[in-house]
Design a protein around this ligand. Structure first.
Ligand code: MSP
Length: 643
């Protein structure tokens, strides 16, 4: 029987636009969904928006529109964001959907009929400005945190859910199922809550205080408390109470949340499900918080990081890779654009991008661009390489089901790094010079191609676009992402003679652009002049110098890069037209450059600066403040090589 897998994200409040925190949870769920598909599970992936309650009414009032118009607008922003982050959700739920309202009322009635909801008076501290009760813990200096005013004691009649009745059951269940709530620190936190007496949960609000909610089916003077309404989305989306989907996926449901909403998910929800006569969820996966400059993300401090500001500049897969590699699931992490740039340039451009392009370039050069057969039997170094790949497959299979994203990525990158070293050690270019070494060369290149294929499959849940590009260029037949990891972890499943293609660099190098508009960036230290006594670089062989392709060119077009003080975008004729981004805007006006003869490094790996690809570099000499462009004494034909 095919295994099943059901993953959910929280349904997000529609009182704020999607930011890196929302994006992280949703990307985590996406990786889990894609991974389980890859290993052959039938999956279901749910996300959506939480649209009732006083927070939403307040946000709508601030925006000057009625709640319905407001929730439609913000919910739409979430719905439109997810495809841009390549999120593979099967369903997007809204708590204002009529079928959700029906399911909430069905469960309320069921629990009411069984005697677990009762009517009672509630006495507490009430803020007239906020129109709500506060608990002692929420107060700041004994006052309302928003209005800075003392609260009044008030009595209100409401409906209560007998949560306390399920306290000992829940404790025992958590004790007996150690990974019900994971990682362990959050399980311990919930157990600590449960060691204190658990109060019953107030699940209604009088209509005169809040009308934007789901009416109680047994008393229309009240609407449902927003958490009781919201949690039920996880069963609504499966067509509860009828339908095969519910039977199929409910037994394997996993929720993913951050630590902020541990209590509703770790305590309210399991007891509500129990009272409704449903089995508990399988896992609650809880992660930490993204912080900015070690602090909380805040709108008023302008430190909200929005994924849609970063993705166009740095690339989607680079962003997905970064958040999954950087955060240890369960712990807090600090976001900084410097760290993002650093990871892109080292892990992605230098390690993976370089390995892939070297492998394909050598296949083109030595085997006419076709997958060679395995030649000589594997030697010690080949066997070590294969063992490293097997280890990466093993660790990915072991770590992903328990959310060890960074560990799986480390294991995959160990394999990438070993392959780069393998190339440097073996030196295929030397083997290629000796016809007697053809068998060895075939084995080396074939091993590298196979390794790249396995790496592409392993990274496919994290970076689906990159994986697809890699498999495509390796000539793996489509649909590439449906390849099952269990079969595909095998060595040697490429077909001999299949043509491969090189394509553009997977990850051009990037420079920091301060695209995370919200995040205050550190002042950049002024570029240091190199001290005069600094030792000159080591001598290099002429052969190495010859590898630098310097060409004479003529600037055809020059313009400023928007929002950048330093950069100009140039189109340079070097026998062909090249787009080059040059850091010369502070010393050269664009209009003075057109028609100028320049010298261009034509074979640099492409780089992205402020989101614009640069395919070369214009040479210049700095002399104090002045920057002189290198040129020729007399005009020469564009494309002539400098020697
Ligand atoms: N509507 C409720 C959830 C109901 S689920 C039945 C809610 N919404 S929320 O919009 O506030 O989203 C909270 C969730 O957003 C967190 O649990 C987490 O998934 C994500 N994040 C919000 N800020 C975050 C960080 N700074 N860091 C990481 N994730 C965070 O609560």
């Amino acid at each position: 029987m095919t295994s099943r897998y059901y993953i959910t994200t929280p349904i997000y409040y529609v009182n704020a636009e999607p930011h890196i925190g929302h994006a992280y949870t949703t990307i985590v769920a996406d990786v889990m969904n894609r991974f389980h598909k890859l290993i052959g599970c039938k999956t279901y992936f749910l996300t959506g928006t939480d649209e009732h309650g006083d927070k939403i009414v307040q946000a709508a009032q601030e925006a000057g529109v009625d709640p319905k118009t407001y929730v439609d607008r913000i919910s739409g922003m979430f719905r439109d964001t997810w495809p841009k982050l390549n999120i593979s959700n099967d369903y997007f739920i809204r708590t204002t959907d009529p079928d959700h309202i029906r399911v909430v009322q069905y469960i309320l009635q069921k629990v009411y009929d069984s005697g677990d909801i009762y009517f009672s008076k509630y006495k507490g501290l009430y803020c007239v400005g906020c129109e709500r009760f506060y608990t002692e813990r929420e107060l700041v200096d004994g006052k309302c945190p928003d209005h800075d005013k003392p609260l009044v004691e008030r009595e209100e009649a409401n409906y209560f859910f007998r949560m306390s009745k399920y306290q000992s059951w829940l404790m025992e269940y958590i004790e007996a199922n150690p990974d019900f709530i994971r990682p362990e620190r959050y399980r311990n936190e919930v157990l600590a809550f449960l060691r204190e007496p658990l109060e019953d949960l107030c699940i209604s609000r009088p209509v005169e205080r809040l009308s934007w909610g789901i009416p109680l089916p047994f008393d229309d003077r009240y609407v449902t408390y927003v958490w009781f309404d919201a949690l039920i989305n996880y069963v609504t989306a499966l067509g509860y109470p009828d339908g095969a989907k519910f039977d199929e996926f409910w037994p394997v449901v996993e929720h993913t949340i951050a630590k902020d909403i541990l209590k509703p998910h770790g305590i309210y929800w399991p007891t509500i499900i129990k009272a409704a006569g449903l089995p508990p969820y399988r896992h609650l996966n809880v992660h930490g918080y993204w912080k900015i400059n070690e602090g909380k993300m805040s709108k008023s401090h302008g430190t909200v990081v929005r994924p849609l500001d970063l993705v166009p500049v740095y690339g989607l897969d680079a962003f997905r890779y970064f958040v999954l590699r950087e955060m240890v699931f369960g712990l807090d992490s600090n976001f900084s654009e410097d760290a993002l740039v650093q990871r892109i340039n080292s892990d992605l451009a230098n390690d993976l991008g370089n390995l892939f392009s070297r492998t394909l370039a050598m296949t083109l050069k030595y085997f006419d661009g076709k997958v060679p057969p395995f030649g000589d039997p594997p030697d010690e170094m080949d066997r070590e390489l294969i063992a490293q790949v097997e280890e990466a497959v093993r660790q990915t299979l072991e770590e992903l089901p328990r959310l060890g994203f960074h560990k799986a990525l480390i294991a995959i990158w160990e394999c990438v790094n070993r392959a780069n070293k393998y190339i440097d050690h073996v030196g295929p270019w030397t083997l290629a010079k000796d016809p007697a070494q053809l068998g060895h060369l075939q084995t080396v290149i074939r091993n590298l191609l196979e390794l790249n294929r396995v790496v592409a499959v392993l990274i496919s849940p994290f970076m689906p676009e990159t994986a697809e590009k890699m498999l495509d260029r390796l000539g793996v037949p489509k649909p590439a992402l449906e390849i099952r990891l269990s079969e595909d972890g095998r060595w040697g499943s490429l077909r001999e003679g299949t043509p491969v293609s090189k394509g553009e660099a997977l990850f051009p190098r990037v420079e920091k652009t301060d695209a995370a508009a919200g995040a205050p960036q550190k002042e950049k230290a002024p570029a240091k002049e190199k001290p005069a006594e600094e030792a000159p670089p080591e001598p290099i062989p002429f052969e190495l110098f010859k590898q630098v392709d310097l060409r004479a060119g003529i600037v055809k077009h020059a313009e400023r890069v928007p929002k950048s003080k330093k950069l100009l975008r140039l189109l340079v004729d070097i026998g062909e037209e090249r787009q080059v981004v040059a850091g010369i805007a502070q010393t050269h006006a664009p209009e003075d450059l057109v028609g100028k003869q320049v010298i261009v490094v034509a074979n640099l790996q492409p780089a992205k600066l402020m989101g614009i690809e640069s395919h070369g570099m214009v040479l210049a000499v700095r002399d104090g403040e002045a920057l002189q462009l290198l040129t020729t004494q007399k005009p020469v034909t564009p494309g002539r090589r400098v020697s």
